[in-house]
Design a protein around this ligand. Structure first.
Ligand code: HEM
Length: 439
């Protein structure tokens, strides 16, 4: 079975269901470039694989094809798989817990109300740029920049620095000749933030990673903090961007969902939950690597094979999937956030929910009845892993009242400039950090 970039452009049900019938929960596939792998699309099997790290390692250095030098160095999916120092994704056991623990104890302190206020503020600034034209390309104008701005603010960068960094981040994601310079620019800014917060902590995530309590192991090095901070920005913004885009696509393109929403029968939160089922932001995760030969589904899977976690395929498994009674609007047992020890941390999921929901609600409040601009207004692309929405062009009616309210709220008690450094963490975080330092 070819799991190529073209194959994932169509309907997901059309792709996975015939495979499930023929092969069961595990499908032998060939990725772009003829690279062999096994795609796990059984809901139960996927959860089993994810929960047993002593059998299925997340460390890509166990991948036999890579060890044998059979994966070309320009293979487009290599950046998703190549081992990276300081990333939680490839680690297991206590090494994993050391990094994940300090990251999640930091994220757990984020103040929901503050994140919502900052997201609304940043959303309004972006919407004000395109609202007068009554049209927007939702991905580039809104869904991509907004979560990035929140993640950069979370790290500790002021809003203006975050805005300056956006073009460099997009150049990096595009790849090509400009990517290298963009990477240097970003590393330089994050590096300077790490040096500044090492000397003097603030109420932000980088300060917590540097000075917060580490469970079982030495404090994180500057390199580990920089890499972990960057992983958080990329994982957080990438997932949330996809989620906002996919939910708005559903609302704009699916007549049934649109009608239910307009009639007040379903809420934004419910539509967004349904999107986690029907079109998760991360379709497939690379991967897990068996540490011994064994049986998985109907196949003998050798040690060192590549297992691709088919989150979208597993969500569509008839064993769990119920869509006739609106169950997926409220049921949260989807796999959009993964499963097992590497599942997207609960605090990160909570954060994603606040940012994603606020973003969609704010858009719908100010850009009424969004409709597709023309026939070519929706485009998907990216890799087999993400099946990203790359374009969603809409026209709408602007809510002038909301625009006026937004303009006046710029001069509210907090004021325009102080909002740019609006804290997302409570004052007690700083007290905890400084008392820890003097211990
Ligand atoms: C809707 C938004 C999001 C989606 C769909 C999403 C999805 C995922 C998935 C599928 C994984 C599991 C990867 C694996 O099994 O290897 C994951 C892990 C992770 N996510 Fe999220 N995520 C989202 C938002 C966020 C946010 C907002 C943050 C941080 C602020 C974040 C931080 C992380 C981190 C650090 C990991 C790695 C955990 C580990 O390796 O232990 N994610 N995410």
């Amino acid at each position: 079975m070819r799991l190529s970039s073209e194959a994932v452009q169509g309907s997901l049900a059309d792709l996975y269901e015939p495979w499930r019938k023929e092969h069961g929960p595990v499908v032998p596939v060939e990725l772009d470039g003829g690279v062999p792998a096994f795609l796990v699309i059984g809901h139960r099997t996927l959860r089993e694989v994810c929960s047993q790290e002593s059998l299925y390692s997340p460390d890509s250095r166990n991948w036999a094809e890579l060890q044998a030098g059979r994966v070309p160095s320009d293979w487009p999916l290599l950046p998703q798989v190549a081992y990276q120092e300081g990333s939680t994704r490839f680690l297991s056991g206590s090494e994993h817990q050391r990094l994940r623990g300090v990251l999640t104890s930091g994220l757990a302190q984020v103040e929901t109300a503050s994140v919502r206020r900052y997201t609304e503020w940043a959303a309004d600034r972006l919407i004000s740029r395109f609202a007068p034209k009554r049209q927007a390309e939702i991905v580039a104008d809104y869904a991509a920049p907004l979560p990035l701005l929140v993640m950069l603010r979370l790290l500790g960068l002021p809003h203006e620095t975050g805005e300056q960094l956006l073009p460099a981040i997009f150049r990096l994601l595009e790849g090509g000749p400009e990517a290298h310079r963009a990477n240097e620019e970003i590393s330089d800014i994050i590096g300077r933030l790490v040096v500044a917060r090492r000397a003097k902590p603030e109420r932000d995530l980088v300060s917590w990673l540097l000075h917060g309590p580490v469970d079982g192991g030495p404090p994180l090095s500057a390199l580990e903090v920089g890499n972990l901070a960057w992983l958080t920005v990329m994982a957080g913004a990438g997932g949330t961007t996809g989620w906002i885009g996919n939910a708005l696509e559903r609302l704009v393109c699916d007549e049934k969902v649109h009608t239910l929403f307009r009639a007040g029968t379903v809420t934004v939160a419910e539509i967004m939950n349904e999107t986690h089922w029907s079109n998760p932001a991360v379709q497939n995760v690379m991967g897990r690597y068996p540490l011994q030969d064994g049986q998985l589904g109907n196949y003998h899977v050798p040690k060192g094979a590549l297992l691709v976690l088919g989150l979208a395929g597993a969500n569509a498994d008839p064993e769990v999937h119920v869509d006739s009674d609106g169950h997926t609007f409220t049921n949260e047992s989807h796999l959009a956030f993964g499963s097992g020890p590497h599942e997207c941390p609960t605090a990160a999921q909570r954060l994603a929910k606040v940012v994603g929901q606020t973003a969609v609600e704010r858009f719908l409040a100010r850009c009424r009845t969004p409709r597709l601009q023309d026939d070519g207004a929706v485009q998907h692309g990216g890799s087999v892993i993400m099946r990203q929405l790359t374009k969603l062009e809409v026209v709408f009616t602007a809510d002038n009242q909301a625009a006026v309210r937004q303009a006046t709220s710029g001069s509210d008690a907090l004021g325009e400039s102080s909002r740019s450094s609006h804290y997302l963490f409570p004052p007690r975080m700083l007290t905890q950090l400084t008392s820890h330092m003097s211990d």
